[in-house]
Design a protein around this ligand. Structure first.
Ligand SMILES: O=C(O)CCC(=O)C(=O)O
Length: 232
C-alpha cells in the first residue's frame, strides 16, 4: 500500500530500495543544474572528498527533488553527512571490487562500543560503526555524465543489504549471484543502501564519468560521537 503523501513514483522507489537495496531515479536533476555542477567539477581529476564544504553541494542536498526523494525513504528528519566526487577519466581509470560501504565520517575520535577501524581520510576521522547504523543510511549517487555499460557503471547484488556486514569468507558465494548493472544517463540518480554489495568496472570509453555520491543518515550517534557534517 502507498504511504500517505508519497507520489506513486516515490513509493515505487521506496519499495525497490527496501526490497532490492537500490533504485534508479531517472531525470532527477534538470539540465541547468547538471551543467552548473559539471562546471564546478570541470577540473577535478579522479575524485574529491569533503564536498559538503561547498555551498553548491549543500544546496543540492536541500533542493526539492533530492529532499523529497531521500526523505521518502529516511524520513523528514534526515540530513546529509558526507559527499564525495567519483570521476573516471581516460587518464585516471580504475575498477572497484565488490564491497559494502561501511565507514562514516565523524568530528572526533571517541571510543564507543562497536565502533572500530579508525582511520583518517582527507583530514577527517572515519570509523566503522555497528552495522545497524550504516545499514540505516542511504547514498544518493547523482550522475553528471552518461554512464552506460562501457563507462564504468555501478554493479550491485540485489538484496545483499539485508545481511549486515558480510564476511570476506562469504563474498565468494555472493559474487556468484546475479548482479545488476546500473546504466544511467546524465541527470539520473542511483539510490543505494551502503551495505548493498557493489562494484564497478573500468571505463572503456574516452569520456568522463562524474558522480556526486552523497550519504544521508537520520539517527544520532552514541557516546558523544558527532557526524562530521550535518546538512539538513
Ligand atoms: O563509483 C564507483 O565506481 C564506485 C565507488 C565506490 O563504491 C566506492 O569507492 O566505495
Amino acid at each position: 500500500m502507498q504511504r500517505p503523501g508519497l507520489s506513486v513514483k516515490h513509493s515505487e522507489i521506496c519499495r525497490h530500495v527496501s526490497d532490492e537495496g537500490f533504485a534508479i531515479a531517472n531525470d532527477l536533476l534538470d539540465r541547468g543544474v547538471v551543467s552548473r555542477l559539471c562546471r564546478l567539477f570541470e577540473s577535478s581529476s579522479h575524485g574529491e572528498r569533503n564536498l559538503l564544504e561547498l555551498s553548491d553541494v549543500c544546496d543540492l542536498t536541500r533542493c526539492n527533488e533530492v529532499r523529497e526523494l531521500v526523505s521518502a525513504i529516511l524520513g523528514r528528519e534526515c540530513f546529509a553527512v558526507r559527499a564525495i566526487l567519483f570521476d573516471k577519466t581516460p587518464e585516471t581509470n580504475w575498477n572497484v571490487v565488490w564491497h559494502q560501504d561501511r565507514v562514516i565520517a565523524v568530528q572526533q575520535r571517541k571510543d564507543s562500543y562497536g565502533f572500530r577501524g579508525w582511520s583518517m581520510k582527507a583530514g577527517v576521522h572515519h570509523v566503522q560503526p555497528p552495522a545497524d547504523i550504516v545499514g540505516g543510511m542511504l547514498a544518493l549517487r547523482l550522475h553528471l555524465d552518461d554512464c552506460g555499460e562501457s563507462n564504468g557503471p555501478l554493479q550491485v547484488i540485489p538484496g545483499s543489504h539485508k545481511f549486515g556486514f558480510i564476511a570476506d569468507a562469504s563474498l565468494r558465494g555472493w559474487k556468484e549471484k546475479q548482479s545488476v548493472t546500473c546504466a544511467v544517463k546524465s541527470g539520473d540518480a542511483i539510490l543505494i543502501r551502503p551495505l548493498l554489495l557493489h562494484s564497478s568496472l573500468k571505463s572503456v570509453m574516452p569520456q568522463r564519468r562524474r558522480v556526486i555520491h552523497i550519504e544521508f543518515a537520520s539517527c544520532e550517534l552514541p557516546d558523544g560521537l558527532q557526524w562530521h557534517s550535518r546538512v539538513a
